[in-house]
Write a protein that binds this ligand. Sequence first.
Ligand code: ATP
Ligand code: LTN
Length: 335
Amino acid sequence: MSEIILTGIKPTGKLTLGNYLGVLKHLPETMNRGKPYIFIADLHALTLPIDPEELRQNSIDIAAFYLAAGLDPNKATIFLQSSVPAHAELNTIMQNYMYMGELSRMTQFKDISAKMGISKNAADAHIGLGIFAYPVLMACDIVLYDSDIVPVGDDQTQHVELCRDLVNRFNHRYGDILKMPKAEKRKVGARIMSLSDPTKKMSKSDPKGDIFLKDDLSVIRKKIMSAVTDSGNEVKYDMENKPGVSNLLSIYAATKGISIEEAEAHFAGYRYGDFKKDIADAVCEDLAAFQERYKHIIETKEYEKVLHQGAEQANKVANQTLKRVKQAVGLLDLD
Ligand code: ATP
Ligand code: LTN
Protein backbone atom coordinates (compact mmCIF):
# COMPACT_ATOMS: atom_id res chain seq x y z
CA MET A 1 0.00 0.00 0.00
CA SER A 2 1.28 3.46 -0.85
CA GLU A 3 1.58 5.65 2.24
CA ILE A 4 2.00 9.34 2.82
CA ILE A 5 5.07 9.83 4.97
CA LEU A 6 5.92 13.18 6.53
CA THR A 7 8.69 14.42 8.75
CA GLY A 8 10.63 17.58 9.54
CA ILE A 9 13.70 18.85 11.34
CA LYS A 10 13.87 22.27 12.94
CA PRO A 11 16.88 24.43 12.03
CA THR A 12 17.80 25.32 15.60
CA GLY A 13 21.48 24.40 15.44
CA LYS A 14 24.13 22.25 13.85
CA LEU A 15 22.79 18.77 13.13
CA THR A 16 24.22 15.93 15.19
CA LEU A 17 24.92 12.26 14.69
CA GLY A 18 21.66 11.73 16.65
CA ASN A 19 19.65 13.50 13.94
CA TYR A 20 21.47 11.47 11.29
CA LEU A 21 21.07 8.02 12.84
CA GLY A 22 17.58 8.73 14.22
CA VAL A 23 16.05 10.16 11.08
CA LEU A 24 18.18 11.45 8.16
CA LYS A 25 19.92 8.21 7.21
CA HIS A 26 16.60 6.43 6.81
CA LEU A 27 14.74 9.01 4.74
CA PRO A 28 15.58 7.51 1.32
CA GLU A 29 13.70 4.31 2.29
CA THR A 30 10.49 6.35 2.48
CA MET A 31 10.62 6.81 -1.30
CA ASN A 32 10.04 3.08 -1.81
CA ARG A 33 7.06 3.03 0.51
CA GLY A 34 4.96 5.87 -0.81
CA LYS A 35 4.90 9.63 -1.10
CA PRO A 36 7.31 11.46 1.25
CA TYR A 37 6.88 15.09 2.38
CA ILE A 38 10.11 16.16 4.06
CA PHE A 39 10.42 19.69 5.35
CA ILE A 40 12.48 22.21 7.27
CA ALA A 41 10.52 23.32 10.36
CA ASP A 42 11.78 26.91 10.30
CA LEU A 43 8.67 28.36 12.00
CA HIS A 44 9.28 25.92 14.84
CA ALA A 45 12.88 27.14 15.11
CA LEU A 46 11.57 30.56 16.16
CA THR A 47 10.11 29.07 19.35
CA LEU A 48 13.51 29.56 21.02
CA PRO A 49 15.79 32.59 20.58
CA ILE A 50 17.87 32.30 17.41
CA ASP A 51 20.06 34.66 15.40
CA PRO A 52 18.44 35.40 11.98
CA GLU A 53 21.57 34.66 9.95
CA GLU A 54 22.10 31.43 11.84
CA LEU A 55 18.50 30.42 11.14
CA ARG A 56 18.99 31.04 7.41
CA GLN A 57 22.25 29.06 7.31
CA ASN A 58 20.82 26.18 9.33
CA SER A 59 17.81 26.01 7.01
CA ILE A 60 20.05 25.75 3.93
CA ASP A 61 22.12 23.09 5.69
CA ILE A 62 19.10 20.93 6.43
CA ALA A 63 17.93 21.15 2.80
CA ALA A 64 21.43 20.11 1.69
CA PHE A 65 21.52 17.29 4.27
CA TYR A 66 18.20 15.92 3.01
CA LEU A 67 19.65 15.73 -0.49
CA ALA A 68 23.00 14.38 0.73
CA ALA A 69 21.16 11.62 2.62
CA GLY A 70 19.84 10.49 -0.77
CA LEU A 71 16.36 11.96 -1.09
CA ASP A 72 15.37 12.40 -4.73
CA PRO A 73 13.45 15.69 -5.17
CA ASN A 74 11.44 14.12 -7.99
CA LYS A 75 10.06 11.51 -5.63
CA ALA A 76 10.03 13.41 -2.33
CA THR A 77 8.57 16.87 -1.79
CA ILE A 78 11.25 18.84 0.07
CA PHE A 79 10.16 22.25 1.33
CA LEU A 80 10.40 25.04 3.89
CA GLN A 81 7.51 25.18 6.36
CA SER A 82 7.41 29.00 6.09
CA SER A 83 6.93 28.88 2.32
CA VAL A 84 3.57 27.16 2.78
CA PRO A 85 1.27 29.71 4.48
CA ALA A 86 -1.40 27.07 5.09
CA HIS A 87 0.65 25.83 8.10
CA ALA A 88 0.24 29.14 9.92
CA GLU A 89 -3.38 29.55 8.86
CA LEU A 90 -4.42 26.08 9.96
CA ASN A 91 -2.55 26.71 13.21
CA THR A 92 -4.88 29.64 13.95
CA ILE A 93 -7.86 27.36 13.54
CA MET A 94 -6.49 24.30 15.32
CA GLN A 95 -5.26 26.12 18.42
CA ASN A 96 -8.89 26.22 19.48
CA TYR A 97 -9.11 22.43 19.63
CA MET A 98 -6.05 21.68 21.75
CA TYR A 99 -6.22 22.19 25.48
CA MET A 100 -3.82 24.14 27.71
CA GLY A 101 -3.77 21.21 30.15
CA GLU A 102 -2.53 18.72 27.58
CA LEU A 103 0.03 21.18 26.16
CA SER A 104 1.45 21.87 29.61
CA ARG A 105 2.04 18.14 30.14
CA MET A 106 4.39 17.80 27.14
CA THR A 107 7.89 16.70 28.17
CA GLN A 108 9.63 19.05 25.72
CA PHE A 109 7.78 22.06 27.16
CA LYS A 110 8.43 20.97 30.73
CA ASP A 111 12.14 20.41 30.02
CA ILE A 112 12.58 23.79 28.34
CA SER A 113 10.64 25.59 31.08
CA ALA A 114 12.78 23.90 33.72
CA LYS A 115 15.97 24.87 31.87
CA MET A 116 14.79 28.47 31.82
CA GLY A 117 14.23 28.30 35.56
CA ILE A 118 10.47 28.46 35.26
CA SER A 119 8.39 26.26 37.48
CA LYS A 120 5.08 27.19 39.00
CA ASN A 121 5.04 30.88 38.37
CA ALA A 122 4.35 30.71 34.64
CA ALA A 123 2.42 33.98 34.75
CA ASP A 124 5.66 35.92 35.33
CA ALA A 125 7.76 33.87 32.96
CA HIS A 126 9.45 35.31 29.90
CA ILE A 127 8.74 32.23 27.86
CA GLY A 128 7.23 32.61 24.39
CA LEU A 129 3.75 31.38 23.65
CA GLY A 130 5.17 29.56 20.62
CA ILE A 131 7.06 26.96 22.64
CA PHE A 132 3.93 26.20 24.64
CA ALA A 133 1.78 25.93 21.51
CA TYR A 134 4.52 24.02 19.61
CA PRO A 135 2.48 20.79 19.25
CA VAL A 136 -0.45 22.66 17.64
CA LEU A 137 1.70 23.78 14.71
CA MET A 138 3.31 20.36 14.56
CA ALA A 139 -0.11 18.72 14.33
CA CYS A 140 -1.00 21.12 11.49
CA ASP A 141 2.22 20.14 9.64
CA ILE A 142 1.12 16.53 9.85
CA VAL A 143 -2.58 16.72 8.97
CA LEU A 144 -2.16 19.18 6.07
CA TYR A 145 -0.69 16.42 3.90
CA ASP A 146 -3.08 13.63 5.02
CA SER A 147 0.00 11.92 6.46
CA ASP A 148 -0.19 8.24 7.41
CA ILE A 149 3.29 7.82 8.87
CA VAL A 150 5.49 10.26 10.80
CA PRO A 151 9.04 8.95 11.29
CA VAL A 152 10.54 10.63 14.37
CA GLY A 153 13.04 10.03 17.13
CA ASP A 154 11.98 9.06 20.62
CA ASP A 155 11.51 12.63 21.88
CA GLN A 156 8.81 13.52 19.35
CA THR A 157 6.40 10.61 19.69
CA GLN A 158 4.50 12.38 22.47
CA HIS A 159 3.71 15.26 20.09
CA VAL A 160 2.44 12.85 17.44
CA GLU A 161 0.19 11.24 20.07
CA LEU A 162 -1.25 14.68 20.83
CA CYS A 163 -1.87 15.17 17.11
CA ARG A 164 -3.82 11.90 17.09
CA ASP A 165 -5.94 13.15 20.01
CA LEU A 166 -6.62 16.34 18.06
CA VAL A 167 -7.67 14.40 14.95
CA ASN A 168 -10.08 12.32 17.03
CA ARG A 169 -11.54 15.38 18.70
CA PHE A 170 -11.91 17.33 15.46
CA ASN A 171 -13.39 14.46 13.46
CA HIS A 172 -15.77 13.59 16.27
CA ARG A 173 -17.15 17.10 16.03
CA TYR A 174 -17.07 17.74 12.26
CA GLY A 175 -17.05 14.33 10.56
CA ASP A 176 -14.27 12.55 8.75
CA ILE A 177 -12.14 15.58 7.85
CA LEU A 178 -8.60 14.80 9.03
CA LYS A 179 -6.53 11.69 8.36
CA MET A 180 -5.24 9.78 11.42
CA PRO A 181 -1.40 9.67 11.45
CA LYS A 182 0.94 7.31 13.26
CA ALA A 183 4.43 7.90 14.65
CA GLU A 184 7.12 5.55 13.48
CA LYS A 185 10.14 5.08 15.69
CA ARG A 186 13.24 3.14 14.75
CA LYS A 187 14.15 0.11 16.86
CA VAL A 188 17.82 1.10 16.80
CA GLY A 189 19.04 4.71 16.85
CA ALA A 190 15.81 6.36 18.05
CA ARG A 191 17.64 7.89 20.99
CA ILE A 192 21.36 8.45 20.59
CA MET A 193 22.80 9.84 23.80
CA SER A 194 25.50 12.42 24.43
CA LEU A 195 29.07 11.07 24.27
CA SER A 196 30.15 13.02 27.35
CA ASP A 197 26.98 12.39 29.35
CA PRO A 198 25.21 9.26 28.12
CA THR A 199 22.23 9.89 30.38
CA LYS A 200 21.30 12.92 28.21
CA LYS A 201 20.03 12.94 24.64
CA MET A 202 22.50 14.06 21.98
CA SER A 203 20.90 17.37 21.06
CA LYS A 204 21.74 20.18 18.68
CA SER A 205 20.40 22.94 20.90
CA ASP A 206 22.11 21.61 24.02
CA PRO A 207 25.36 20.09 22.76
CA LYS A 208 27.61 18.25 25.18
CA GLY A 209 30.72 17.23 23.26
CA ASP A 210 28.50 15.75 20.60
CA ILE A 211 29.30 14.81 17.06
CA PHE A 212 28.16 17.34 14.47
CA LEU A 213 27.60 16.24 10.90
CA LYS A 214 29.92 18.96 9.62
CA ASP A 215 32.78 18.12 12.02
CA ASP A 216 36.05 17.08 10.38
CA LEU A 217 36.43 13.32 10.35
CA SER A 218 39.53 13.64 12.56
CA VAL A 219 37.46 15.51 15.16
CA ILE A 220 34.70 12.91 14.96
CA ARG A 221 37.22 10.14 15.52
CA LYS A 222 38.70 11.97 18.52
CA LYS A 223 35.26 12.52 20.05
CA ILE A 224 34.39 8.83 19.76
CA MET A 225 37.75 7.74 21.15
CA SER A 226 37.22 9.96 24.21
CA ALA A 227 33.56 9.03 24.73
CA VAL A 228 32.60 8.22 28.31
CA THR A 229 32.52 4.46 28.94
CA ASP A 230 31.70 2.67 32.16
CA SER A 231 33.52 0.73 34.82
CA GLY A 232 34.20 -2.92 34.04
CA ASN A 233 35.53 -4.06 30.69
CA GLU A 234 32.74 -6.04 29.08
CA VAL A 235 31.05 -4.73 25.93
CA LYS A 236 27.44 -5.39 26.85
CA TYR A 237 24.14 -3.57 26.25
CA ASP A 238 22.76 -2.47 29.59
CA MET A 239 21.36 1.06 29.44
CA GLU A 240 20.89 1.29 33.19
CA ASN A 241 24.30 0.15 34.41
CA LYS A 242 26.41 0.75 31.31
CA PRO A 243 24.91 3.77 29.55
CA GLY A 244 28.16 4.81 27.82
CA VAL A 245 28.91 1.39 26.31
CA SER A 246 25.23 0.85 25.44
CA ASN A 247 25.09 4.17 23.60
CA LEU A 248 28.21 3.31 21.60
CA LEU A 249 26.67 -0.07 20.74
CA SER A 250 23.53 1.71 19.52
CA ILE A 251 25.64 4.06 17.39
CA TYR A 252 27.45 1.13 15.81
CA ALA A 253 24.27 -0.88 15.22
CA ALA A 254 22.44 2.12 13.69
CA THR A 255 25.42 3.00 11.49
CA LYS A 256 25.78 -0.55 10.19
CA GLY A 257 22.03 -1.21 9.98
CA ILE A 258 22.22 -4.23 12.31
CA SER A 259 20.50 -5.14 15.58
CA ILE A 260 21.95 -4.47 19.04
CA GLU A 261 22.36 -8.23 19.54
CA GLU A 262 24.39 -8.48 16.33
CA ALA A 263 26.54 -5.53 17.45
CA GLU A 264 27.11 -7.18 20.86
CA ALA A 265 28.11 -10.44 19.17
CA HIS A 266 30.53 -8.56 16.89
CA PHE A 267 32.30 -7.01 19.90
CA ALA A 268 32.41 -10.09 22.14
CA GLY A 269 35.82 -10.18 23.85
CA TYR A 270 36.84 -6.67 22.66
CA ARG A 271 38.61 -4.22 24.94
CA TYR A 272 37.10 -0.72 25.22
CA GLY A 273 39.90 0.89 23.15
CA ASP A 274 39.47 -1.46 20.15
CA PHE A 275 35.69 -1.28 20.54
CA LYS A 276 35.79 2.51 20.15
CA LYS A 277 38.23 2.33 17.25
CA ASP A 278 35.87 0.07 15.29
CA ILE A 279 32.99 2.41 15.96
CA ALA A 280 35.00 5.46 14.88
CA ASP A 281 35.94 3.63 11.64
CA ALA A 282 32.31 2.74 10.91
CA VAL A 283 30.95 6.24 11.62
CA CYS A 284 33.74 8.00 9.67
CA GLU A 285 33.27 5.71 6.67
CA ASP A 286 29.54 6.44 6.58
CA LEU A 287 29.90 10.19 7.13
CA ALA A 288 32.78 10.65 4.64
CA ALA A 289 30.54 9.97 1.64
CA PHE A 290 27.68 11.95 3.16
CA GLN A 291 29.93 14.99 3.76
CA GLU A 292 31.25 14.87 0.19
CA ARG A 293 27.72 14.95 -1.21
CA TYR A 294 26.79 17.77 1.17
CA LYS A 295 29.75 19.94 0.05
CA HIS A 296 28.85 19.45 -3.60
CA ILE A 297 25.20 20.44 -2.99
CA ILE A 298 26.24 23.60 -1.11
CA GLU A 299 28.67 24.56 -3.89
CA THR A 300 26.15 24.09 -6.70
CA LYS A 301 23.26 25.56 -4.67
CA GLU A 302 21.15 22.67 -5.92
CA TYR A 303 18.88 23.13 -2.89
CA GLU A 304 17.45 26.42 -4.25
CA LYS A 305 15.59 24.84 -7.15
CA VAL A 306 14.54 21.94 -4.97
CA LEU A 307 12.97 24.23 -2.35
CA HIS A 308 11.09 26.23 -5.01
CA GLN A 309 9.72 23.09 -6.63
CA GLY A 310 8.87 21.65 -3.21
CA ALA A 311 6.99 24.77 -2.11
CA GLU A 312 4.86 24.68 -5.24
CA GLN A 313 3.88 21.03 -4.73
CA ALA A 314 3.35 21.39 -0.98
CA ASN A 315 1.16 24.49 -1.33
CA LYS A 316 -1.17 22.67 -3.72
CA VAL A 317 -1.78 19.78 -1.33
CA ALA A 318 -1.88 21.84 1.88
CA ASN A 319 -4.36 24.36 0.46
CA GLN A 320 -6.82 21.58 -0.36
CA THR A 321 -6.80 20.35 3.24
CA LEU A 322 -7.09 23.89 4.56
CA LYS A 323 -10.14 24.48 2.36
CA ARG A 324 -11.75 21.28 3.67
CA VAL A 325 -11.17 22.38 7.28
CA LYS A 326 -12.45 25.92 6.69
CA GLN A 327 -15.64 24.56 5.18
CA ALA A 328 -16.08 22.10 8.03
CA VAL A 329 -15.81 24.69 10.79
CA GLY A 330 -18.05 27.20 9.02
CA LEU A 331 -15.67 29.79 7.61
CA LEU A 332 -17.26 31.32 4.50
CA ASP A 333 -15.77 30.09 1.24
CA LEU A 334 -16.14 32.85 -1.35
CA ASP A 335 -14.60 30.95 -4.29
P1 ATP B 1 16.81 20.34 19.66
O1 ATP B 1 18.01 20.08 20.47
O2 ATP B 1 16.77 21.68 19.01
O3 ATP B 1 15.53 19.90 20.29
P2 ATP B 1 17.19 17.94 18.22
O4 ATP B 1 18.62 17.64 18.05
O5 ATP B 1 16.41 17.16 19.22
O6 ATP B 1 17.00 19.47 18.42
P3 ATP B 1 15.13 18.05 16.26
O7 ATP B 1 15.05 19.05 15.19
O8 ATP B 1 14.21 18.19 17.44
O9 ATP B 1 16.59 17.85 16.79
O10 ATP B 1 14.95 16.63 15.67
C1 ATP B 1 15.00 16.22 14.34
C2 ATP B 1 14.74 14.75 14.33
O11 ATP B 1 15.89 14.07 14.85
C3 ATP B 1 13.56 14.34 15.22
O12 ATP B 1 12.81 13.33 14.60
C4 ATP B 1 14.21 13.85 16.47
O13 ATP B 1 13.41 12.93 17.18
C5 ATP B 1 15.49 13.21 15.91
N1 ATP B 1 16.53 13.22 16.91
C6 ATP B 1 17.02 14.30 17.55
N2 ATP B 1 17.98 13.95 18.43
C7 ATP B 1 18.08 12.60 18.34
C8 ATP B 1 18.89 11.65 19.01
N3 ATP B 1 19.76 12.01 19.93
N4 ATP B 1 18.75 10.35 18.68
C9 ATP B 1 17.87 9.98 17.73
N5 ATP B 1 17.07 10.82 17.06
C10 ATP B 1 17.17 12.13 17.36
N1 LTN C 1 9.12 18.80 16.37
C1 LTN C 1 10.01 18.17 15.44
C2 LTN C 1 10.10 18.88 14.13
C3 LTN C 1 8.80 18.85 13.49
C4 LTN C 1 8.12 17.70 12.99
C5 LTN C 1 6.88 18.18 12.50
C6 LTN C 1 8.46 16.35 12.89
C7 LTN C 1 7.98 19.92 13.32
N2 LTN C 1 6.84 19.50 12.70
C8 LTN C 1 5.94 17.31 11.93
C9 LTN C 1 7.50 15.48 12.32
C10 LTN C 1 6.26 15.97 11.87
C11 LTN C 1 11.35 18.11 16.08
O1 LTN C 1 11.65 18.81 16.99
N3 LTN C 1 12.13 17.27 15.56
